[in-house]
Design a protein around this ligand. Structure first.
Ligand code: NAP
Length: 456
C-alpha cells in the first residue's frame, strides 16, 4: 500500500504554469478524497496565464474566471511561486526530488508559422506579439506596430484572428472600458488603419471562429463588416448549428451593408492561401493563390487553381494557431508543439514517465475555450488517482527546502499574497486612468511593488 495521499504523507504535486489548466488541475486535486499539497510555479510574477495575457481585453466576462482561481489559491493546501522559471531556476529533475507528481500545464507560448517567403519582413507580426503587447505581457512590451499603415491583412479565420481584428477596429471609447494597456490605447487612437482584411484558405462553412465572436465585430461603433454575397451561395445540407449561425451572420453582413460613414471596414476573404509576402525591407504586398470553393466539405484539403491575387498592405499578422515550446528535460513533439501524453500521462516514446503529467494546451494543442481545460484537468487528475499506488515517493517532501533552494539561487519568488499587492496596485492605477485595471508590464516594477509595505 502506498503512503501517498495519507495525513502522514500528503501527495506532493508541483504544477508548472499558472494558467487555466494549472488552476483547474489544482482545484480538481483538492476535490479528491485524499491528502495533497500543491505548489504552483509560474515564470511571470502574475498568475492566470492565458486569462490575463491572452483573452481579449474587451472580453471582460471571460476574465471573471479568475475569481474561481483565486478561491483555489486561498486553499491552505496551495502555494504560489511566481517569477520562478522551471527549466532554468529549478530543473525538472530537481522537481522530482521535492514532488511525487509534476503536472506540466504551461500552455502554448508561440505561434505556428506559414513558412513562406517574406514572413520576416518589417511589418509582419504574429498573433502572440500583438496580443502580448496590448495585454501588457512583459515579454512583448517593447514590440511596436506601424499604425501609420492604412491596410492590414490577417491570415487565419479563428477566434484569435477576430480578437486582433476587433482590437484594431475599436475606438478609444470602446478600449477605454477595458484593461488593455494605456500604451496600446494611445497607439491605436492615433492609428491610420482603415481596412482590416481577414483571409481563410477554405470557405465560410470551414471557418474556426464562433458566432458570438463574428457577431461582435458587426457591433463595433466605427467599423462595418464586408462579405461578398457570392461566397455565401452554399448548400447547407448536413452542416451543424454553429456553422449555420455563422452563415446567417455572414449573410446579414453581405445583404445589409452597413453605413459607409464609418471609419474602418473589416473584410472577410475566403478560399485564399498566402504564398508570398512581397517587399524590400518592409512588407508591401501579399500574394495569394485562389482555391476552389469547398462547399460544405469537412476535409482539410484545398484545391488550388493556380490563379493568383495580390493585396497591397503595410501591416500583416499571422493568426494560424498557437504552438507550445519544449521544456528542457521533458519529451516534446516539435512538429505538433506539444508534450506527448496519453490521458495526461507523459510519454517517452511508448513508455509512460512515472509521476509526470501534462494538462491543457501543452498536451492537447491550442483548441477549445477556457472551460475545456476543466475537462482536461479532470482527465489528468483521474490518471494521477489511478497511478498513486505505483508512484515513486520523492526523497525530500518539503516545500521549505524548495524555498531555501530558490533563496540560495537569488530567485525572488512571488507568493500569492505578493501577487495580491500587484493586483491591488494595478486596479488603483486603472481607476486613476478611468479603466478597470492598468497592468504592470515590467517584471522589476512588479517585484518592487511586492516589497512595498504600503502597497494595498
Ligand atoms: P484556430 O481556431 O485553430 O484557428 C486557426 C485558423 O488558422 C483556421 O482558420 C485555420 O484554417 C487557419 N490556418 C492554420 N494553418 C494555416 C495556414 N498554414 N495557412 C492559412 N491558414 C491557416 O486557432 P486560434 O484562432 O488561434 O484559436 C485557438 C483556440 O482558442 C480556439 O479553440 C479558439 O476558439 C479559442 N479562442 C476562443 C475565444 C473565445 O471564445 N472568445 C477567443 C480566442 C481564442 P484551417 O481550418 O483551414 O486549418
Amino acid at each position: 500500500m502506498s503512503i501517498l495521499g495519507t495525513v502522514q504523507r500528503p501527495l506532493r504535486v508541483a504544477i508548472v504554469g499558472a494558467g487555466p489548466s494549472g488552476f483547474y488541475s489544482a482545484a480538481t486535486l483538492f476535490k479528491q478524497n485524499f491528502n495533497v499539497k500543491v505548489d504552483m510555479f509560474e515564470k511571470l510574477p502574475a498568475p492566470f496565464g492565458l486569462v490575463r495575457y491572452g483573452v481579449a481585453p474587451d472580453h471582460e466576462k471571460i476574465k471573471n474566471v479568475t475569481k474561481i482561481f483565486e478561491k483555489t489559491a486561498s486553499d491552505p493546501r496551495f502555494s504560489f511561486f511566481g517569477n520562478v522559471t522551471i527549466g532554468e531556476d529549478i530543473t525538472v529533475l530537481e522537481l522530482k526530488e521535492f514532488y511525487d507528481v509534476t503536472i506540466f500545464s504551461y500552455g502554448t507560448e508561440t505561434d505556428r508559422r506559414l513558412g513562406i517567403q517574406g514572413e520576416n519582413l518589417k511589418g509582419c507580426h504574429t498573433a502572440t506579439q500583438f496580443i502580448g503587447w496590448y495585454n501588457s505581457n512583459p515579454k512583448f512590451k517593447d514590440c511596436s506596430f506601424d499604425f501609420s499603415q492604412e491596410v492590414v491583412a490577417i491570415i487565419g479565420q479563428g477566434n484569435v484572428a477576430l480578437d486582433i481584428a476587433r482590437i484594431l477596429c475599436s475606438t478609444k471609447e470602446e478600449l477605454q472600458k477595458t484593461d488593455i494597456s494605456s500604451q496600446a490605447i494611445e497607439a491605436l487612437e492615433n492609428s491610420c488603419v482603415k481596412e482590416v482584411h481577414l483571409y481563410g484558405r477554405r470557405g465560410p462553412l470551414q471557418v474556426s471562429f464562433t458566432p458570438q465572436e463574428i457577431k461582435e465585430i458587426g457591433e463595433l461603433m466605427d467599423c462595418y463588416p464586408v462579405v461578398d454575397p457570392q461566397d455565401l451561395n452554399l448548400t447547407v445540407e448536413g452542416v451543424d448549428s454553429l456553422q449555420l449561425k455563422n452563415l446567417e451572420i455572414l449573410k446579414s453582413y453581405a445583404l445589409n451593408p452597413q453605413s459607409k460613414n464609418r471609419r474602418r471596414k473589416f473584410v472577410l476573404h475566403f478560399n485564399r492561401t498566402p504564398v508570398e509576402i512581397i517587399g524590400k525591407e518592409q512588407i508591401e504586398k501579399v500574394k495569394f493563390e485562389i482555391n476552389e470553393p469547398v462547399g460544405n466539405s469537412d476535409q482539410k484539403i484545398v484545391h488550388k487553381t493556380r490563379r493568383l491575387e495580390e493585396i497591397q498592405c503595410g501591416l500583416f499578422f499571422t493568426s494560424i494557431g498557437y504552438q507550445g515550446i519544449a521544456m528542457p528535460g521533458v519529451p516534446f513533439l516539435s512538429q505538433k508543439g506539444i508534450i506527448p501524453n496519453r490521458l495526461g500521462r507523459i510519454l517517452d516514446g511508448d513508455n509512460v514517465i512515472s509521476g509526470w503529467y501534462s494538462c491543457g494546451w501543452i498536451g492537447s494543442g491550442a483548441s477549445g475555450v477556457i472551460g475545456t481545460n476543466k475537462l482536461r484537468a479532470e482527465e489528468t487528475v483521474s490518471s494521477i488517482m489511478e497511478d498513486i499506488p505505483h508512484l515513486p515517493v520523492c526523497e525530500n517532501p518539503n516545500t521549505d527546502a524548495v524555498i531555501n533552494l530558490l533563496k540560495e539561487r537569488n530567485v525572488e519568488a512571488v507568493s500569492f499574497i505578493d501577487w495580491k499587492k500587484i493586483d491591488a496596485h494595478e486596479i488603483m492605477l486603472g481607476l486613476s486612468l478611468g479603466k478597470p485595471r492598468e497592468k504592470i508590464d515590467n517584471v522589476s516594477q512588479m517585484l518592487s511593488i511586492t516589497k512595498n509595505e504600503h502597497s494595498h
